[in-house]
Design a protein around this ligand. Structure first.
Ligand SMILES: CC(C)(COP(=O)(O)OP(=O)(O)OC[C@H]1O[C@@H](n2cnc3c(N)ncnc32)[C@H](O[C@H]2O[C@H](COP(=O)(O)OP(=O)(O)OP(=O)(O)O)[C@@H](O)[C@H]2O)[C@@H]1O)[C@@H](O)C(=O)NCCC(=O)NCCS
Ligand SMILES: Nc1ncnc2[nH]cnc12
Length: 277
């Protein structure tokens, strides 16, 4: 039998591979504060690493379909936005079937879905086109009283929607520059990725943290992440001590930065895409 050559994969196949790889790399990265990783389930009683992997793999057909819709429709506009909304909702159902009802990757479906579609349209304008798509109003989107919506009412934090509408500032201005900086400093790839996650955490209005632990949790996350970076980052002994301290603090507050984790996956996706151009 002839071996499958990677370059024979379609653009949509390759983008779906990159999105799933980014989710699996995020899940495997350890030690992440209060998140599911190779050490354990962090602040989650209903999640574990195997479930995160299964969830990520279940989303491959959805990412492929999103990329194909973008290629077929060919431009940013309401038809593509509403196609992505429909495909995203079906993907969410596939995820919930796989995880038996546990929300593993809702935020990632949103962020990586927009980025995958934008990459299929024009790989050199990914965050710009993702933001333009996020600004369009999907007329068929249900308006559930999600955790994000409840937190928006209570604290005025706008979370995942705004992050995408602004072109992913936490990724482009914090995560990616830190990833590159830590790599330049020879921190090692895993430490560079941890530093990128921490950089995202320093300023994010993570609605998962706000919902579970309020402003106290959010401030603990932001300050603790900054303290690790100030101490020298994950590759330094002082930074590692701060990282363990942050893990303990967030676990005590039951504060899981799931939004930051999704944005790290978005950061790794864009990094991979840049490398492929
Ligand atoms: C437009 C949507 C993004 C909906 O947003 P909204 O804020 O209304 O809804 P949420 O359901 O709260 O989902 C937002 C998820 O985004 C992640 N997130 C949080 N803060 C940010 C941020 N500042 N920037 C970016 N991303 C952020 C986060 O996802 C992760 O957390 C999930 C677990 O959360 P939760 O269920 O609250 O978990 P627990 O506390 O553990 O629950 P319990 O144990 O207490 O039960 C996990 O999945 C991570 O992924 C937020 O959860 C968009 O989602 C939407 O409209 N979707 C509909 C389908 C659609 O149109 N898709 C579009 C395809 S392009
Ligand atoms: N590693 C992780 N742990 C908990 N929630 C998450 N949401 C996305 N990635 C996650």
């Amino acid at each position: 039998m002839r071996a499958l050559k990677l370059h024979e994969l379609s653009l949509a196949d390759r983008l779906a591979d990159m999105a799933v790889d980014a989710l699996i790399d995020e899940a495997d990265l350890s030690p992440k504060p209060a998140l599911v990783d190779r050490r354990g389930n962090g602040a989650h009683s209903d999640l574990h690493l195997g479930l995160m992997h299964a969830s990520a793999l279940s989303l491959w057909p959805m990412f492929k379909e999103m990329a194909e819709a973008a290629i077929e429709i060919g431009e940013v506009g309401l038809p593509l936005r509403e196609a992505l909304g429909r495909i995203g909702r079906e993907g969410e159902q596939a995820m919930l079937t796989t995880t038996q009802g546990v929300n593993t990757h809702r935020g990632a479906i949103w962020a990586l879905g927009l980025l995958t579609a934008a990459a299929a349209l024009e790989p050199r304008a990914v965050t710009l086109n993702a933001a333009r798509l996020a600004l369009l109003n999907d007329r068929y989107a249900p308006q559930p009283l999600s955790h994000g919506a409840q937190v928006a009412q209570r604290y005025g934090a706008r979370g995942a929607r705004e992050e995408a509408q602004l072109g992913f500032p936490s990724v482009m201005q914090r995560g990616l520059p830190q990833l590159h900086k830590s790599r330049r400093q020879n921190a090692g790839e895993q430490n560079a990725r941890l530093d990128a996650l921490l950089a995202i955490m320093t300023d994010l209005a993570d609605t998962c943290v706000l919902y579970r632990a309020g402003l106290e949790g959010l401030h603990a996350m932001q300050r603790g992440a900054q303290a690790v970076l100030d101490a020298g980052g994950s590759a330094s002994l002082a930074g590692r001590r701060q990282l363990h301290e942050l893990d303990h603090q967030l676990l005590a507050l039951n504060a899981s930065p799931g939004g930051a984790a999704d944005l790290l996956a978005a950061c790794l996706f864009i990094d991979r895409l840049d490398g492929a151009l």
